[in-house]
Design a protein around this ligand. Structure first.
Ligand code: PMP
Length: 353
């Protein structure tokens, strides 16, 4: 089939998402950093009001209703907001608008693997710079490359750490290209770099409703940036990238901050408990400002534990990648789910089987 593809398609490392079992399968799913609680009742109520007329017509091309609601919540003008089919689409829109062969896409590693795939799809040049010990940002190296697009996930996946805003500010001020600050997990931390969009027109902060708002299945994300930057991004997005239902449900969800905050508070408390339980079992745990933990098993047998848990119907994430081969990424679930995981691990770690 190769003859049908562009020359680099065969060589491309396609993005491999976590396993997504069929609905109804009885498993404990702690592999994709989904929220274990249902979406806001206000968001679900919107579903009751959907009628054929909504679906007969094309949706608003820029998700205007959602932009207005997000504008109120974030305190930024609505024309500083771009809406996407999940934040993944917005990452792709930035790559499409800002890169081409000969232009550099740069990011510290390990991080979200999709950055690499998207850059490859655009035939962009890629520079991956290893994070320092304890996830210190390789600031000078990133500045030295001065990419057309620099991606920083903050909080980062799979490490869970937040990149200090002063480092991001320095990057933004020194780079002549675009700095994408991927805040997919921002709902689980107090720290955000959103204010940098007011200071630097080359910064876009990208967020999602998949995590804190429990809407991963809806596919809705948004970016905040100076309209001068958004102008170019709008040119390469699909005409109707947000469907009418996603726009309406997302609007209700982001408006219901109290519900999201209550879910987040529960998840943070469970995160503390799960980290303590895993440390008790001898795991090394990195401080996390997200809804997941990076965990290194005491015997270094991460892949084995991943496989054994999977056999028992508990899915977590294992990345066969430099620096991650001896670690696991575990989404924080409900207390019951976390307890089931810890009990399974007590047996596996204790017996070596
Ligand atoms: N950025 C990071 C760092 C992520 O982990 C994810 C989720 N896999 C995303 C972006 C994409 O999220 P979504 O497309 O669901 O908005």
């Amino acid at each position: 089939m190769t003859k049908y593809f562009r020359s680099n398609v065969d060589a491309m490392a396609s993005y491999v998402p976590g396993e997504q079992p069929q609905r109804g399968t009885q498993i404990i799913k702690l592999n994709s950093n989904e929220n274990p609680y249902p979406p806001s009742p206000a968001a679900l109520a919107v579903l009751q009001n959907i009628n054929g007329e909504w679906l007969r017509r094309y949706p608003q091309p820029f998700g205007e209703e959602f932009r207005q609601a997000a504008s109120k919540v974030l305190g930024v003008p609505s024309d500083w907001i771009i809406v996407g089919n999940g934040s993944d689409e917005l990452l792709s829109v930035v790559i499409r608008a800002c890169t081409e062969p000969g232009r550099q896409v740069v990011y510290p590693m390990p991080t979200y693997v999709l950055y690499r795939t998207l850059a490859q799809m655009q035939d962009a040049d890629i520079t991956e710079i290893p994070y320092g010990e304890d996830y210190i940002l390789p600031l000078e190296e990133l500045i030295a490359v001065n990419g057309s697009v620099t991606f920083i996930a903050s909080p980062n996946s799979p490490s869970g750490h937040v990149v200090p805003i002063d480092d991001l500010r320095k990057l933004a001020s020194q780079l002549s290209g675009v700095l994408v600050i991927d805040e997919a997990y921002v709902d689980f931390t107090e720290e955000s770099a959103l204010t940098l969009v007011n200071e630097y027109e080359n910064v876009i902060v990208i967020r999602t409703l998949s995590k804190g708002y429990s809407l991963a299945g809806l596919r809705l994300g948004f970016g905040v940036a100076n309209p001068k930057l958004l102008h170019g991004l709008f040119k390469v997005k699909d005409s109707y990238n947000i469907d009418a239902i996603a726009c309406a449900i997302g609007t209700a969800a982001i408006t219901d901050q109290a519900y999201k905050n209550a879910c987040v508070a529960k998840i943070k408390a469970s995160r503390t408990q799960l980290a303590a339980d895993l440390k008790q079992l001898g795991f090394q745990i990195w401080d996390s400002q997200t809804n997941f933990l990076l965990a290194q098993p005491p015997a270094g047998n991460a892949e084995y534990l991943y496989e054994k848990l999977k056999e028992q119907g508990i899915l977590i994430r294992y990345f066969k990648q430099p620096r991650l081969e001896d670690k696991l990424r575990i989404t924080v679930g409900t207390d019951e789910q976390n307890q089931a995981l810890v009990e399974a691990l007590i047996y596996l770690v204790g017996t070596g089987d």
